[in-house]
Design a protein around this ligand. Structure first.
Ligand code: HEM
Length: 444
């Protein structure tokens, strides 16, 4: 076993550095120890942070019996359900992905583009001109509406509204610093998560309400055999795999919550950064606007999504501020050599999206926002990986990219926004995503 150099601080110190100043810590460690380095304490198996394209290629292409997923937190499990495909052993995980992915694409292609444009127009159009608004909150409203439309479609509008309100109440609880500290403590004392009272009791109560709404919708859709199906829930409720096996109610419920929780805050973070950059760097908004003026037809969303500069702006946003700094953690299961290091089973692997996107050799002047780099060069999936890769690659990548492009196009074509504070913004961790801290704008 050979491992790269790394921090000698105790594990808890490293953990608090990652939580409090994730980007500063990554910059510091990579400067001090080189682009491949080790994290972890004396008594824990080491975790190696990789960011070179060669290492990432090896990790993403390794068979699942050689590099597998690490165990995910009990807390996330108690929120999404233990049947969520992200917690299942590799084979079952892949089986469910195979059921979800084609249905998800069918649902998206059918309805999505026009809905995204209409949702954006409605939400931005309702903002009061001249008043400051919190960009993240507004982008969260857009991304939640888009996912709910994809997942539940427009049937049973009233139930969908109830589901939306319950989710909003749940997300509001998760926004509270008190709950965040409680949950952080609960990581070390899981018994706290069994409490029926207090804040966690409220979470449980909202979860139960959400479950009863979702299960009644699943039952309704399973009975609507003759209906045209365009939404993910109906497609999942009525399809089966190559062995004729369909998903159970609980598997569907857990899968839907996983998609909603995984997709809503990440997409909102990406869109917040995108609005920041196009208004912060002189000339970018104007170039997007010129491209739209010369060739955009809003009745053909797929064509808008193919506009090269618009795409370059979205990609450069995801490069410079990837909402997820790392992929999901992986673990070595059989000895393997990566980047010249011989790793034993049990070693943790962290693929650093942030550091891969800041490599000078691939992205000259990596700290500068330059959409043009994506017009001049095609980057490999081991150099540009905002959605991870391999067997865990993000299920919502196509939807998220489509959504980013159409939201940006709709805003630039119809509204004029301005930053309240023109100074550079600081990145801030919120749960698993990195957001522009307190970004405020106004419609003028
Ligand atoms: C800009 C927005 C988004 C970003 C940056 C993002 C990023 C990621 C990343 C880095 C992973 C881990 C991949 C890995 O470990 O290799 C992931 C997984 C996942 N994402 Fe996304 N995501 C976004 C939007 C979405 C959306 C909109 C959805 C669904 C509606 C979604 C659903 C998922 C799911 C279900 C997984 C777990 C996949 C699995 O374990 O099989 N994501 N995402």
């Amino acid at each position: 076993m050979s491992i790269p150099p790394g921090s000698k601080s105790p594990y808890l110190i490293q953990l608090s550095q990652v939580l409090l100043d994730p980007i500063g810590s990554l910059d510091r460690w990579s400067e001090e120890y080189g682009e491949t380095f080790t994290l972890g304490g004396k008594k824990l198996p080491p975790t190696i942070s990789f960011s070179t394209p060669e290492a990432i290629r090896t990790i993403f292409n390794a068979p699942s019996d050689t590099i597998g997923y690490s165990q995910k937190s009990e807390l996330v499990k108690s929120l999404l359900g233990d049947g969520s495909f992200i917690f299942l052993p590799e084979l079952e995980h892949q089986r469910q992905r195979k059921l979800i992915i084609p249905n998800w694409h069918r649902a998206s292609l059918n309805t999505c583009g026009q809905n995204i444009i209409a949702i954006t127009q409605k939400i931005i159009g309702n903002l009061v001109p001249g008043s400051a608004f919190d960009v993240r909150q507004v982008m969260k409203r857009i991304s939640l509406e888009v996912i709910l439309e994809e997942v539940f479609g427009s049937d049973n509008y009233l139930i969908r509204e109830q589901i939306k309100q319950t989710l909003i109440s749940l997300f509001e609880l998760f926004d509270s610093p008190i709950l965040a500290s409680y949950l952080l403590t609960a990581r070390f004392f899981p018994v706290l998560l069994e409490q029926e009272l207090g804040l966690w009791g409220k979470v449980r109560h909202l979860q139960q309400k959400l479950d009863s709404l979702i299960y009644s919708e699943i039952a309704w859709r399973r009975n609507q055999k003759e209906r045209q199906k365009y939404d993910l829930l109906s497609l999942l409720a009525t399809s089966s795999d190559e062995n004729g096996q369909s998903m159970s109610d609980k598997e569907i419920r857990d899968a839907l919550l996983t998609l909603i929780f995984a997709g809503f805050e990440t997409a909102a973070a990406a869109m917040s950064w995108m609005l920041y950059w196009i208004h912060y760097i002189l000339g970018v908004r104007e170039q997007v606007s010129n491209e739209l003026n010369s060739s955009a037809d809003f009745t053909k969303p797929m064509e808008i999504a193919r506009l090269p500069y618009l795409e370059a702006v979205c990609n450069e946003t995801l490069r410079i501020n990837p909402p997820a700094l790392s992929t999901f953690a992986r673990t070595v299961k059989k000895p393997i050599e990566i980047d010249g290091y011989y790793l034993e089973p049990g070693t943790g692997i962290d693929v650093s999206i942030y550091l891969a996107h800041r490599r000078k050799a691939v992205y000259p002047e990596p700290n500068k926002f330059r959409p043009e780099r994506f017009l001049k060069k095609q980057y490999s999936t081991y150099e540009f990986l905002p959605f991870g890769g391999g067997q865990c690659r993000c299920l919502g990548a196509s939807l998220a990219q489509y959504e980013m492009k159409l939201v940006l196009a709709t805003i630039v074509a119809n509204f004029r926004l301005e930053l309240i504070d023109p100074r550079p913004i600081r990145p801030k961790r919120h749960g698993i995503v990195i957001l522009p801290s307190d970004l405020k704008m106004k419609v003028i």
